[in-house]
Design a protein around this ligand. Structure first.
Ligand SMILES: Cc1cc2nc3c(=O)[nH]c(=O)nc-3n(C[C@H](O)[C@H](O)[C@H](O)COP(=O)(O)O)c2cc1C
Length: 349
C-alpha cells in the first residue's frame, strides 16, 4: 500500500544511514549537467541511495542516445560519493545493477562508518563553489602541477583525462568548427538550445543568459549559444583570446552507458579538483554531439578509447565568480522511502 494512500497515516523512521544518504543526494543537486537539465532522480531507502536517469529530461536532438544525460548523472553520482567519503561514511557503488531497468544507473549502499577522507573533504568544499565559467581565461599559464593533479583525479576513476598539447590545437579547432557548423545548421538544434536558455531568475533549470560569454576570437571555439538568439552580458568585448586555455578530453575504454556514467564520474572529479586548485573550467560537449567532430577527436587521440566530454581549463580572469545556474528544488529530485514505522496499534479493549 502506498504510504500516502487515503485513510492511512504513515510515519517514517529515517535512520542515520538514510539521513547520510539524503545529505549526499542533496549535495548532488549542485552537479553540472548538459544545458542544466539536471536529468536525475534519487530514491533513498533505509540503507541505499538509488540513482535514476530521468528520461523525460533527455534532449532529443542534441543527445539522441542519452550519452550526455548519462554523463550528467555520473557527475551527480560522484558529487554524492564525495560527500559520503568526506563525512566518513563507508559505502559501495553498484553501477547499472538491473538489466531490466536501464534508468537505474547506480545503487550506493551504506556500509557503516569509517574515517573521513581529507581529499574528499577538499572536494566537498568545492561542490557549492564550482561553476561553469565560459568567460575568457586570464593570459597566465595553468601550472603543470595542477594539470597533473587533474589527470590523477581522473585516473582514480575508470576513465582518464587526456590533455591536448599545442600541436593538437589545430585538430581541436577543426573538430569544434565541424561541430558548430553541423549543429547550427540544424534548425531543430537551434530551437532545442533556445528552449533551454533562461533569463536571470527564470525557472529552476536551463542555462541563464548571464552565464554566457561571447565567442570572440578563441583558438578553440566554445558552444555558440548566440545562434539560439541569446545575447550575452558577462563580457562585452569581442577580442576574447583564451590563448592560455588548456583542453582536456575525458576518455573511456568503451562507448556504452556504463562508460558514459564513468565519464561523468571522471568529469566531476576533474571539475571539483580544478575548483579546489582555484582554476576555472567549462565542459565542452558540442565536440561529441556531431559524429564527424567526434571522429576527428578520435583520430587526434590515436584511435585509443572513446572521447566522452571535453573540458576547457584556465586561470580565472577575475575573482568574481560567474552567476550561479539555478537548481530544481530538492523535493523534485529526491524521494525518501525509508522504513515505515510500525503501524499504530488499535486501542486495547
Ligand atoms: C555532460 C555535460 C555537457 C556539457 N556541455 C557543455 C557545453 O558544451 N558547453 C558549455 O558551455 N557548457 C556545457 N556544460 C556545462 C553546463 O551547461 C552546466 O553544468 C550547467 O549549465 C549548470 O551550470 P554550472 O556548471 O555552473 O553549475 C556541460 C555539462 C555537462 C555535465
Amino acid at each position: 500500500m502506498p504510504a500516502n494512500a487515503p485513510g492511512r497515516t504513515t510515519t517514517f523512521r529515517i535512520g542515520p544511514a538514510a539521513q547520510e544518504l539524503t545529505r549526499a543526494a542533496l549535495a548532488a543537486v549542485h552537479a553540472p549537467s548538459i544545458l542544466n537539465t539536471q536529468p536525475w532522480h534519487w530514491r533513498i531507502t533505509h540503507d541505499a541511495a538509488l540513482l535514476y536517469a530521468d528520461p523525460r529530461r533527455r534532449l532529443p536532438i542534441l543527445d539522441p542516445t542519452g550519452r550526455l544525460l548519462t554523463v550528467s548523472c555520473g557527475t551527480a553520482l560522484h558529487h554524492a560519493c564525495v560527500t559520503l567519503a568526506a563525512d566518513g561514511t563507508d559505502f559501495e557503488v553498484e553501477p547499472m545493477p538491473d538489466d531490466g531497468d536501464p534508468d537505474l544507473l547506480a545503487v550506493v549502499r551504506y556500509r557503516g562508518v569509517t574515517g573521513p577522507s581529507a581529499r574528499a573533504q577538499r572536494l566537498r568544499h568545492a561542490i557549492p563553489v564550482r561553476r561553469s565559467d565560459r568567460r575568457p581565461f586570464a593570459a597566465r599559464p595553468v601550472p603543470q602541477e595542477a594539470i597533473d593533479r587533474l589527470c590523477r583525479a581522473a585516473q582514480r576513476t575508470d576513465a582518464r583525462l587526456q590533455m591536448t598539447w599545442s600541436h593538437d590545437l589545430a585538430d581541436l579547432a577543426v573538430a569544434a568548427g565541424q561541430a558548430n557548423d553541423a549543429l547550427l545548421g540544424d534548425p531543430r538544434y537551434r530551437a532545442e538550445l533556445a528552449s533551454w536558455i533562461r533569463r536571470p531568475g527564470e525557472g529552476h533549470d536551463g542555462v541563464p543568459v548571464d552565464t554566457l560569454a561571447p565567442q570572440g576570437v578563441r583558438p578553440v571555439p566554445i558552444r555558440d549559444f548566440t545562434a539560439a538568439g541569446a545575447g550575452t552580458n558577462v563580457v562585452t568585448r569581442v577580442d576574447v583570446s583564451d590563448r592560455e586555455a588548456r583542453y582536456g578530453i575525458v576518455v573511456t575504454d568503451g562507448d556504452g552507458p556504463h562508460d558514459w556514467l564513468t565519464a561523468g564520474v571522471a568529469l566531476s572529479a576533474v571539475l571539483l579538483t580544478a575548483t579546489a586548485e582555484h582554476l576555472a573550467t567549462s565542459p565542452m560537449s558540442d565536440l561529441m554531439e556531431n559524429e564527424v567532430a567526434r571522429r576527428t577527436l578520435r583520430r587526434m587521440l590515436g584511435g585509443v578509447g572513446y572521447p566522452a566530454i571535453g573540458v576547457r581549463i584556465g586561470m580565472p580572469a577575475t575573482t568574481m565568480a560567474p552567476p550561479r545556474a539555478p537548481r530544481r528544488p530538492a523535493a523534485e529530485v529526491i524521494e525518501v522511502v525509508a522504513d515505515e514505522a510500525d503501524p499504530p496499534q488499535p486501542p486495547e479493549g
